[in-house]
Design a protein around this ligand. Structure first.
Ligand SMILES: Nc1ncnc2c1ncn2[C@@H]1O[C@H](COP(=O)(O)OP(=O)(O)OP(=O)(O)O)[C@@H](O)[C@H]1O
Ligand code: SF4
Ligand SMILES: [Mg+2]
Length: 377
């Protein structure tokens, strides 16, 4: 599976490990809830349609990402993906394990591991194709203009640096401000993610923090330089239900305040209910459905999306009993041996003869919806 290198956010200057002060974990203040909705709200609690700027901050065009594993031809982990993301907009990327979500994020960040390559496509960030930039130019953008929040916050935090130093170093590296100013700003940033400004979080080492606190520090790192785009890859997977809710609320309130473009990757649709404006559903490396979050959550079109939402009982619309799938039988296909036609065909109870003969093209059953399924041809 794709994993992140910690080279971007871990500014390791070879500090020696030092003994850490104790009792630093009880200094949080409640995070501003604003108008945020509970993650498992009723259907009336579905997110509002996006009404912000439509100038895309990110434009991914026909992106195909492959891995060479040394045996046979390269496998395509992401195939022909295209989407746009505007300032102030949250797009949820939804799909089962192995469908290519992380590979898509790594490709946008220019952090694909060795053996991976981009077969074709473009990643335009504010009009600049990131795929054409040198590593040096990309490093200036990563962490400053595009930030990443990992599933595992420990990957973003150096165990050898106090929390305050971790933020301060990012500010100094990207903004060329004085140490004193960076220290002051880091305190403000930590306060913005819910830590008590009078507490001692600044002096804490990561191992003294709970998982939820580490994830807050990771958000503070990501937001430190005021990025335009934040990519959060399964950011709540390691948190319990209460912390997941708090985290999503925090992310949403920061996103609104900073007018961020947010790409939120998850395999849990419930995470997207209150925060996503649009949803892209991926299956076997391809986007198979995309549209406004409210419409996808209330009336999914693709049989795979229907099955995925049906597994999440709270997300069922009232007529869900008529949907074809009680759950999704079988496994996602091996990317090395994809079926000839629709990749979902072996698991789809709606499949027709044509589904096994060729892959479906894009259909637009409604103006705002894209779906790749012969049912809507
Ligand atoms: N370094 C790698 N070398 C070879 N194949 C890889 C590598 N990383 C990922 N893959 C393959 O690419 C496909 C997509 O993987 P990816 O990690 O992007 O999926 P994902 O949707 O993020 O899954 P998860 O939800 O489990 O994180 C999978 O088939 C995976 O086995
Ligand atoms: S194209 Fe056919 S097999 Fe694929 S999801 Fe649609 S109906 Fe099912
Ligand atoms: Mg992943």
């Amino acid at each position: 599976m794709g994993g992140y290198s910690n080279k971007v956010f871990w500014l390791d200057r070879g500090h020696d490990f030092q003994c850490a002060p104790q009792q630093l974990c009880d200094d949080q203040v409640p995070v501003e809830m604003g108008s945020l909705l509970p993650a498992r709200a009723s259907q009336n609690g579905l997110p509002l349609d996006f009404r912000g700027s439509m100038d895309p901050v990110l434009k991914v065009q026909e992106l195909t990402v492959c891995y060479r594993d040394g045996v046979g031809s390269p496998i395509a982990a992401v195939n022909d993906a295209s989407f746009e993301l505007a300032a102030g907009e949250t797009v949820g990327i939804l799909g089962e394990s192995g469908c290519g979500k992380t590979s898509l994020a790594l490709a946008v960040l220019g952090l694909l591991p060795q053996g991976a390559f981009i077969r074709r496509g473009a990643v335009l960030f504010r009009g600049t194709n990131l795929l054409a930039l040198s590593e040096r130019a990309l490093q200036k953008i990563r962490g400053a203009e595009i930030a990443l929040i990992h599933q595992d916050p420990s990957l973003a935090l150096s165990p050898f640096l106090r929390v305050g130093e971790q933020i301060t170093e990012i500010l100094i590296a990207h903004r060329r401000i004085s140490s004193r100013q960076a220290r002051e700003e880091s305190k403000e940033i930590l306060a913005q993610v819910g830590f008590n400004p009078d507490g001692n979080i600044h002096q804490a080492y990561p191992h003294q923090l709970s998982g939820g606190q580490k994830q807050r520090v990771a958000i503070a790192q990501a937001m430190a330089c005021g990025p335009g785009l934040v990519i959060a890859d399964e950011p709540v997977a390691s948190l319990d239900a209460v912390l997941q809710f708090e985290f999503i609320n925090l992310l949403q309130s920061l996103q609104k305040r900073l007018n961020l473009a947010l790409m939120l990757i998850t395999h849990t649709p419930a995470i997207l209910v209150s925060i996503a404006h649009r949803i892209l559903v991926m299956y076997a490396g391809r986007i198979i459905e995309q549209g406004p979050a409210r419409e996808i959550l209330e009336a999914p079109l693709h049989p795979y999306t229907q099955g995925l939402l049906k597994c999440e009982l709270d997300l069922l619309p009232q007529d869900a009993g008529s949907w074809p799938l009680a759950s999704i039988p079988g496994e996602p296909p091996n990317p090395k041996a994809l079926p000839m036609g629709c990749a979902f065909a072996p698991r789809c109870s709606d499949r027709m003869e044509v589904c096994e003969a060729r892959a479906p093209a894009e259909s637009h059953p409604e103006k705002s919806r894209d779906v790749w399924c012969f049912k809507y041809d």
